[in-house]
Ligand binder design. Sequence first.
Ligand code: ADP
Length: 234
Amino acid sequence: TTKQLVMSEKLAAIGEITAGVAHEINNPIAVMQGNLDVVRSVLGDRASDLSTELRLIDEQIHRVSQIVTKLLQFAKPEEYAGYVERHRVADVISDCLPLVQHLLGKADIDIERDDGASRQVLMNRTELQQVLINLIVNAIHAMPDGGRLRLISRDETRDGRDGIRVDVVDTGIGMAPDVLSRIFDPFFTTKRRQGTGLGLSISQTLVRRQGGSLTVESEPGKGTTFSIWLPEAD
Ligand code: ADP
């Protein structure tokens, strides 16, 4: 459609600009990180007096660097494609959970896993991990008062193609139709300054590049289900 065409032209332009800017930002970030390490070691024992401040600086540098990495992956995916290997989805989910653990306690969220898939997927492991983490973190954000996060994987054949489906199901705030229609647009976020609006558009790009799909069902006040489908690795 025309809308998709305009969107892809916009993306190409954004991609070129972004890649340039992101590369430029990487150098000062590296200098800041390096000097922070120096400050820590010069302070020695006294570093503990400033532990909160140092941690904040560290975290914010990390945040900027994550945004830049995301932007680069989005702008120049071919440079970041990396190795594609066979994986059990359950193993990749196991890798992700420790990384989001600190977010769960805060909001009192139960995790339920159902690893029913026996087939393996073909994908870059870091990318698959990134997609899952994006979906899991979004699910956690959607349940500020707690709830249940379910991670379900199943073998599923679609249109005659053998594959694996992974559902990330939350019991959170859900989405109204006007939000739902825009969530895969780059830079669309309802989280103001907390969000980049890149998580879902990048996730969809990564999954589609492996011949898969990322779809969503949501009901305001009830919750949301994101479904990843990936073809089986031969
Ligand atoms: P970000 O999380 O940085 O905002 P995303 O692309 O990951 O960027 O998500 C875009 C928007 O989609 C979010 O701002 C939010 O409004 C909505 N969204 C994504 N996942 C969920 C979810 N599980 N429940 C409710 N809303 C969601």
